[in-house]
Ligand binder design. Structure first.
Ligand code: ADP
Ligand code: ASP
Ligand code: MG
Length: 411
């Protein structure tokens, strides 16, 4: 029988009533003849509450215990969905990550899936059971400890399971009916996309579109798992297909720009009047890399007097204080007048495979933003995207401006 993975996010399982609604979606696919594995998130808000409890318990909690706590949200919803399915007369059982097992690395809090043994799930399908799997969690084989996959990680659980059991498709059910040209909560004129290429979805997710966890898109792309994003709020007996994430070749009408993403998770650091000499970039970025801090946009101004230059770059907002402390500790090797920083910044990006074959796409944006009086602090470009760093206060204006500029607004 063909197999299907269905994943339901936090809002879709927020109450027992909504879990009943999820069960009706599952029943539809069982009736259609699929062997179904369902992956569930915790009830919406639950994971945040669990994270807050850990912080409340101690400022210096062990990451392994954090995982033990936060993995519990998914344990609850997987059990509840199995109960509800049973009540509807369907055979089903819950599976925790360790019971399958879903083996991961030991990077607690952001572990990576290394192996999924599908044998026990196969046996369950043989018995005619729906597998209800707790998303977000796994086990580190050597230590036997629970792990979690990072926020939004149930998407990754779902795609990884789809690859492991040879599912025909992985359907990600959420509170929107597909992937939009930008976050529909910010731009009401955003349009739903029929199809998005894996590469574009990967960029959109990495650049801030939280609809899918980045790692899930990577896995879907590597294992060529046809993945959809669709709404759990559709009538279970008349559900629309949503957005298909697929190969670029399967998209007939390719736009130049497919979507606009934004991320507030950025901070800017500027070193003023750094002594301009060979090795200066290595002296600045080496220690940051050693501390696992991801540097993104980098701008080095050519020094006018040949002696000193300004160096600007961005780091994840969560690493801002740490990055500054590391740089200040380097004052022996990094000689500069002062270190400045800003956290009220946002990175706005435009993504589209069509950029590969069109020149001047980004230049158009710089002009349009200037006309709105938006100052650009930093720019990066690559083959299928460009990003600008601007003041956070202009987020909506910039996103809407670019959205209209590239013809993405709904008619
Ligand atoms: P879930 O709890 O189901 O995993 P998420 O909150 O993680 O749901 O993801 C869905 C949300 O992603 C939507 O409510 C929407 O606000 C946001 N989002 C951001 N960018 C986009 C986009 N380009 N298309 C669709 N949704 C987006
Ligand atoms: N419950 C986890 C979170 O909120 C995982 C997920 O929902 O995907 O991050
Ligand atoms: Mg999510």
């Amino acid at each position: 029988m063909p197999r299907l993975v269905m994943k339901f996010g936090g809002t879709s399982v927020a109450t027992v009533d909504r879990i009943r609604n999820v069960a009706r979606h599952v029943a539809r696919e069982v009736r259609a003849g699929y062997e179904v594995a369902v992956v569930v998130s915790a009830m919406s808000g639950k994971t945040n509450e669990l994270v807050a409890w850990c912080k409340d318990a101690s400022a210096l909690y062990a990451q392994s215990e954090y995982d033990a706590v936060v993995a519990s949200g998914e344990q609850v919803t997987s059990g509840l969905l199995a109960i509800v399915l049973n009540e509807m007369g369907l055979k089903a059982r819950s599976w925790q990550g360790w019971q399958i097992p879903i083996e991961t690395s030991d990077q607690h809090g952001s572990a990576r899936i290394q192996n999924i043994d599908g044998a026990r799930l196969d046996a369950g399908f043989q018995r005619g059971e729906v597998a209800v799997i707790a998303g977000f969690q796994g086990i580190h084989a050597e230590t036997g400890r629970l792990t979690t996959l990072g926020r939004g990680g149930s998407d990754t659980s779902a795609v990884a399971i789809a690859a492991a059991i040879g599912a025909e498709r992985c359907d990600i059910y959420t509170d929107v009916d597909g992937v939009y040209t930008t976050d529909p909560r910010v731009v009401p004129k955003a349009r739903r996309l029929e199809r998005v290429a894996f590469e574009e979805m990967l960029e959109m997710a990495s650049l801030g579109a939280k609809v899918l966890q980045v790692r899930s898109v990577e896995l879907a792309m590597v294992h060529r798992v046809p993945t959809t994003v669709r709404s759990s709020f559709d009538d279970p007996d008349d559900a629309r297909p949503g957005t298909l994430i697929c190969d670029e070749d399967d998209i007939v009408e390719q736009q130049i720009i497919t979507g606009i993403a934004f991320s507030k998770d950025e901070a800017q650091i500027t070193l003023r009047r750094v002594k301009d000499k060979p090795g200066i970039a290595a002296a600045i970025f080496g220690p940051l890399a050693d501390a696992n801090i991801n540097v993104d946009m980098i701008i080095q101004v050519v020094s006018g007097d040949g002696a000193a230059t300004d160096m600007t770059f961005t780091v994840p907002a969560a690493d801002y204080e740490r990055a500054r402390a590391i740089l200040e500790a380097q004052s022996g090797t990094v000689e500069c007048e002062r270190i400045e920083g800003a956290t009220d910044v946002v990175k706005v990006s435009a993504i589209g495979i069509g950029m590969r074959s069109h020149a001047g796409v980004a230049a158009k944006a710089f002009r349009a933003l200037a006309e709105k009086g938006i100052n650009i602090r930093a720019i990066t470009t690559s083959e299928i995207k460009f990003s600008v760093l601007i003041d956070a206060a202009y987020t909506e204006l910039a996103v809407r401006t670019l959205h209209a500029l590239y013809g993405l607004d709904k008619a």
